[in-house]
Design a protein around this ligand. Structure first.
Ligand code: ADP
Ligand code: MG
Length: 183
């Protein structure tokens, strides 16, 4: 079988429900990482699985991870492939903050940005989510967010230390600070 090369995606994985066969959320994510290495996708790196506090009213613990995946699929087909895996794991849609066996989100794509009715890449909310940024920064610290120009390490540092974003390099290049202060 030929390698499905083409694009690299950074995928965020989350679970907060047990699965009949795969067990607790950590077991669900281990099985999901295997699913990402089959079919049209190849797994290049996987972050250690972390547990985090629940967001919203579901009162469950989450397990989270992140993966770098290569595939020939363009973004809409990649989203469809991720949704097919979610369905295989028994996910029913409709309860946004509720219990879910498996959530797979596209965070970044090496092709840059993608906007369509049901897909936005980079993911709209990832810059404020520690449970996405922490695992993602472990496997792809230098991967740059094409919207802000900051890499994952910088975005994570900003969130956890509550620092303002460092200025992008191109901002400094165009700075009009006078030479007299340049010593
Ligand atoms: P969430 O992941 O925000 O908790 P869902 O998994 O139910 O919620 O996703 C809701 C919808 O968000 C999906 O049906 C999908 O069409 C859309 N969506 C938009 N951008 C993305 C993305 N980057 N990754 C995954 N889904 C996305
Ligand atoms: Mg999702």
């Amino acid at each position: 079988m030929s390698e499905p090369r083409g694009s690299l995606y950074l995928v965020a994985l989350g679970s907060n429900m047990r699965h009949r066969r795969h067990g607790d959320p950590r077991g669900v994510l281990r099985a999901a990482l295997k699913a990402l290495s089959r079919g049209a996708t190849r797994l290049h790196a996987a972050a250690p699985i972390v547990s985090s506090r629940p967001l919203g009213p579901s009162h469950r613990r989450y397990a989270n991870s992140a993966a770098i995946v290569s595939t020939a699929l363009p973004p809409p087909a990649m989203l469809a492939a991720l949704k097919a895996i979610e369905r295989d794991f028994g996910r029913r849609r409709g309860r946004r903050w509720g219990a879910r066996v498996l959530d797979l989100d596209i965070i970044l794509w090496d092709g840059g940005q993608w906007r369509s009715r049901d897909l936005c890449v980079p993911h709209r909310d990832f810059r404020t989510r520690g449970f996405v940024l922490a695992p993602a920064a472990r496997i792809a610290p230098r991967w740059r967010d094409p919207v802000t120009g900051h890499n994952l390490l910088e975005l994570h540092a900003r969130l956890t230390r509550r620092l303002p974003l460092p200025r992008p390099a191109h901002g400094r290049a165009h700075s009009s600070v006078g030479r007299a202060t340049d010593f």
